[in-house]
Design a protein around this ligand. Structure first.
Ligand code: 2M8
Length: 454
């Protein structure tokens, strides 16, 4: 789309936001991000998530850049200051001013200070999350009020982005096909999703292997909304396995039952690879290899993760050598991968309806898991509720693949859900109730992006 057309679309969407009362909500969304700002970053939500999170930062910076370019850049740079020497970008950067016991697993569990490759002077977790950062940096640049300042920002963040992409390619492409593997459900961002159950249920926690620990999430959230204790034990055990190798990617693959090639992580990586190529062009670097990487990731997903019976992409269990056929939202996210095959994209868009509750007009957004499945739970975290970030990805995927009508429908549904229920962490797919932590930053940020014409 050329800049004039994009500009006029944004004008008319901003006008529409004013007419429909969305203007108040835009102001409220900004206030949520201002309220959750702490020093040099935005927390996902007060209480439950008191530190800086990895992919949250990317989503938040996209929304924040709509009204505060400088702080959006600042929080992205703060995250990259915690990058490991391997290029690994940790999923949590701990705020030293927050008491150690406020979040579990905290710095005492991860012990990053003992890891040879961890940065000094900052404590972090030892695993990563979906690489949204290059695409976020490019989105921020496109919206920048001060393009020269933004070019300076891109020059500063570029080496970190390159190191992250090289890390995924060099350390996480464990199978032969050029897809990055996650080694913990927390790395997917959709931690408790049934999408991982086949591999996750293979995790046997040996008696006496776990430390005594207290779940801090249950102090800040309703236990009905959160993972079960059995799931938590497995989360902790898997993280310990990796930690106790010294966060060694080559060693852990011999030990862990959980190694998954996830369509969402890989399609975000493909999208970000193309964004990185474009960023390279903006700052006078050669982006060819990133564009080529993006193309290879997309082709690998098409050949390895595509399922021609269900018309969607399924995660691949590397240790078992098979696809995992649960019907979760990750299956549709490859719509964001630039250059995705047109036929597959079209079939994927149609398959989306199969997992949602669609008895009214407009339909509800896509839930994180198929509403008809026996494992569906309307309120338990990632096992059914609607999350704004995953639906935002589908909205962007529909726009990118020319599925304009679907994109418009998702856009309306995002605006409507937030208007009806507020800036929640997640929403019931059958009603307008919502759960989790509130006010939730990426919901506010992506609401802003959509309302203002993202
Ligand atoms: C949730 O995950 C954290 C662990 O990383 C938790 O449950 O404590 C997930 O929704 C994840 O995607 C998100 O980044 C994080 C902070 O919002 O919360």
């Amino acid at each position: 789309m050329d800049a004039t057309v994009a500009g006029s679309r944004e004008m008319s969407e901003a006008d529409e936001a004013k007419r429909s009362g969305g203007e108040d909500l835009v102001a409220q969304a900004r206030a949520v991000l201002e309220g959750n700002w702490v020093g040099d970053h935005t927390v996902p939500a007060p209480g439950l998530y008191p530190h800086q999170w990895n992919w949250d930062t990317g989503f938040i910076a996209i929304g924040r850049s709509r009204f505060d370019q400088t702080r959006a850049e600042e929080e992205m740079l703060a995250l990259f200051r915690a990058q490991w020497r391997t290029g690994m970008l940790p999923h949590i950067v701990f705020n030293p001013e927050v008491p150690a016991e406020a979040y579990f697993p905290g710095p005492g569990f991860w012990q990053s200070e003992r890891a040879a490759n961890a940065p000094r002077g900052v404590q972090t977790s030892g695993i990563t999350q979906p690489p949204v950062h290059a695409l976020a940096a490019l989105e921020m640049h496109r919206r920048a009020a001060d393009p020269e300042q933004s070019r300076g920002f891109l020059r500063r963040i570029f080496p970190g982005l390159v190191a992250l992409h090289d890390y995924l390619k060099g350390h996480r492409c464990i199978g032969p096909d050029g897809l990055a593997a996650i080694l913990h459900p927390w790395e997917s961002g959709m931690d408790n999703s049934p999408a991982w159950d086949d591999a996750f249920e293979d995790v046997e926690v040996p008696a006496g292997a776990l430390p005594d620990y207290e779940r801090r999430d249950l102090v800040n959230a309703d236990p009905q909304d959160r993972p079960t204790d059995a799931a938590y034990d497995r989360f902790v055990y898997l993280a310990m396995l990796y930690r106790d190798t010294g966060y060694d990617d080559a060693a852990v693959k011999e030990l862990t039952p959980f190694l998954v090639e996830d369509p969402m992580t890989n399609s975000i990586w493909a999208w970000s690879s193309h964004a990185l190529a474009e960023i390279a062009g903006i700052i006078g670097e050669d982006g060819t290899r990133f564009r080529e990487d993006g193309e290879l990731i997309t082709r690998a997903m098409e050949s390895k993760l595509w399922d021609d019976e269900h018309h969607r992409f399924f995660p691949f269990d590397v240790q078992e050598g098979k696809q995992m056929l649960q019907h979760s939202i990750v299956s549709f996210v490859p719509l964001v991968a630039p250059g995705i095959d047109r036929r597959k994209a079209h079939l994927t868009v149609h398959a989306m309806d199969e997992i949602r509750h669609c008895r009214q007009d407009p339909c509800y957004l896509l839930p994180s898991f198929d509403v008809r499945d026996e494992d569906f739970d309307p309120r338990r975290y990632w096992r059914g509720p609607i999350w704004i970030n995953t639906d935002w990805l589908l909205y962007r995927g529909c726009l990118a693949t020319g599925e304009e009508e679907r994109a418009a429908e998702l856009r309306t549904a995002i605006l409507e859900l937030v208007r009806a229920s507020g800036f929640c962490e997640y929403y019931d797919p059958h009603a307008h109730s919502c759960y989790g932590a509130k006010p939730f930053s990426w919901t506010a940020a992506l609401y802003l992006d959509v309302a203002l014409g993202g």
